[in-house]
Design a binder for this molecule. Structure first.
Ligand SMILES: Nc1ncnc2c1ncn2[C@@H]1O[C@H](COP(=O)(O)OP(=O)(O)O)[C@@H](O)[C@H]1O
Ligand SMILES: [Mg+2]
Length: 335
């Protein structure tokens, strides 16, 4: 198998020094404190040539840290990584990468065309090369009509797309996008998704991070789930998502209270609404019994939906419900 990115035991502990003041006699005491935060622990992953790989996880999981280490912006505390067979920091390997950071800063007085031209020069592209490439990229990300508009007039989705165009200027083999869909509305997210899919069609490898599970689920060949710095799961989507039905959703109306109570005993979750009731049932036999009960008690079956496991189900199983916001702050600190 042809791996374009390989990480081995990649780990990062951020160390922050800060001063605290204590008012004491005879004078003010200054104390130096050190905070260590373990952001990434023993990350081992491989990204294969030509695939779309999604690194997913809640805020604070360590996605940006992993990406910044791969991009040579941060140094790992332990472990190593190879990009296209070369060690981190290798200039040739860097030239084969296109990168869009999580919160890019753009000079917003430049027009879209000027912005790409400026970056083209930073890449060392000649004038004729830039003249050929820039219109092609604008077309690609759907911004041809906005070439003369200053970036301050761009929407968030347009900025993300011009940012992706920037990452494609050098015709990279690997495209690394940190949360490209974050903060976008459904249309903006779809536009980014379509661009990512078109990159794979061109034979490029896309490595992107996201906390938006649905977007990852729609386009990734493989995903890695990161949580509190640990890679808790990695694999092909089809392997992670069992093809089996994991539960049945039944909605019925006109059921008598006793019948509802009886079905509720085998139901994982029961939701009573104004006129109808929804049951989530895990076992096939229990679901069949519930259907029989509904018709026996004179109720009406409104819908019966076998549900397959989604990426969100797997994610919640690994990450745990309700821990998304606070988790990074509590366990990440090691001293
Ligand atoms: N420069 C930094 N200094 C100290 N801590 C950091 C720094 N960058 C990130 N962290 C901490 O590392 C953890 C992982 O952050 P990050 O990699 O940005 O996660 P994600 O991109 O998945 O949201 C968080 O707890 C975050 O607060
Ligand atoms: Mg991030």
């Amino acid at each position: 198998m042809d791996n374009v990115i390989v990480t081995q035991h990649l780990s990062k502990i951020y160390v922050q020094d800060f001063l605290t003041f204590e008012s004491g006699r005879p004078r003010l005491n200054l104390r130096r404190e050190t905070k260590r935060r373990e952001a990434l622990r023993d990350l081992n992953l491989e990204v294969r040539r030509g695939e779309i790989f999604g690194l997913i996880g809640p805020n604070g999981a360590g996605k940006t840290t992993a990406i910044k280490i791969l991009m040579g912006i941060h140094f790992p505390t332990r472990g190593s990584a190879k990009i296209l067979g070369r060690p981190l920091g290798d200039k040739w390997a860097k030239a084969q990468i296109g990168y869009l950071p999580e919160n890019p800063y753009f000079y917003d007085y430049l027009t879209g065309g000027e912005f790409l031209d400026y970056y083209g020069r930073l890449y060392g592209m000649g004038r004729s090369q830039r003249r050929a490439k820039i219109p092609e990229l604008l077309e690609r990300v759907g911004l041809t009509a906005s070439v003369s508009i200053p970036l301050r007039g761009y929407s968030k989705g347009m900025l993300q797309r011009i940012g992706i165009a920037q990452a494609l200027l050098n015709d990279p083999e690997i495209v690394v996008l940190d949360e490209p869909q974050s903060g976008l509305d459904p249309i903006g997210r779809k536009e980014i998704r379509d661009i990512i899919l078109s990159l794979r069609e061109q034979g490029k490898t896309v490595f992107f991070s996201s906390h938006i599970l649905q977007d990852a689920e729609m386009i990734c060949d493989r995903v890695g789930i990161l949580h509190l710095g640990d890679l808790v799961k990695i694999g092909r989507l089809e392997e992670l998502l069992t093809a089996q039905v994991s539960e049945f959703e039944i909605v019925a109306s006109g059921m008598r209270a006793e019948a509802i109570a009886e079905v509720e005993r085998t139901s994982k979750r029961t939701l009573r609404r104004a006129d109808d009731v929804l049951f989530i049932i895990e076992r096939r036999g229990d679901a069949d019994a519930a259907l029989a009960k509904i018709s026996a008690c004179g109720g009406t079956l409104l819908s019966f939906t076998p549900r397959k496991e989604t990426l969100e189900d797997i994610f919640l199983k690994q990450v745990g419900r309700g821990t998304r916001e606070v988790a990074g702050a509590s366990r990440g600190e090691v001293a």
